[in-house]
Design a protein. Structure first.
Length: 210
């Protein structure tokens, strides 16, 4: 392990894993951070080890993105990380245009998220995907869709965190395709370092006063 260039003190970066998808996997797959935390108003008393999966998903390549993500999860688990956080929309890829209206694509994206949940053995993973509500209709007439992140561990989906602020500039078209979330709720995790209540914020949600 070596420290990531430009990373904060205490951060380390792995040397990557062998690529089987034509060199898809970057030479440095994740950055591992040690995060000290504790109850509000008290000095931090516990250390949480978080791996940041620095991946470059390909838009529309659900299978390839999922394989890459699972390999990075396995590497993070071997490193001793308790949580691995992957990019926004890592499973379907971002800026996928009208693919987002293809029901077969949406269903493949859900199956892939479930594969990630099954692969998250001994580690909690946070992975971006498209969360669909087939009981409701979105503005485009198809099922209501959310830019979301699944929190998964040991075969279970612990939370489907949905994005609240949707960009609509340059190449971002979130407002056209997605429905904003009404709420943002924390999720309780049972980690080796102890129980923790964490919140998942996606991209611009991080600097919003929700």
């Amino acid at each position: 392990m070596r420290r990531a260039e430009g990373a904060p003190a205490g951060a380390e970066r792995g040397d990557g894993v062998p690529a089987s998808d034509g060199g898809r996997v970057p030479s440095a797959v994740f950055c591992a951070l040690r995060w000290r935390w504790g109850p509000a108003g008290e000095a931090p008393g516990q250390t949480m080890r978080i791996a940041l999966a620095q991946l470059n998903p390909i838009s529309g390549d659900i299978d390839g993105n999922t394989r890459t993500l699972i390999r990075s999860m396995e590497e993070a688990a071997r490193s001793g990380a308790e949580i691995v956080v992957a990019p926004e929309m890592v499973i379907p890829g971002y800026c996928i245009g009208d693919l987002i209206e293809d029901r077969a694509f949406l269903e493949a994206n859900e199956r892939a998220m479930q594969r990630v949940a099954q692969a998250a053995r001994g580690i909690t993973a946070v992975a971006g995907f498209i969360d669909c509500d087939y009981s409701a209709r979105g503005d485009t007439g198809g099922p209501r869709k959310y830019n979301a992140a699944a929190v998964v561990r040991d075969g279970h989906v612990l939370q489907r965190a949905r994005k609240t602020l949707l960009p609509n500039y340059r190449y971002f078209d979130d407002k056209r395709f997605f429905t904003p979330a009404d709420t943002r709720d924390p999720v309780d995790l049972a980690l080796p370092s102890g129980r923790a209540r964490v919140g998942v914020s996606i991209c611009v949600d991080m600097w919003d006063d929700f």
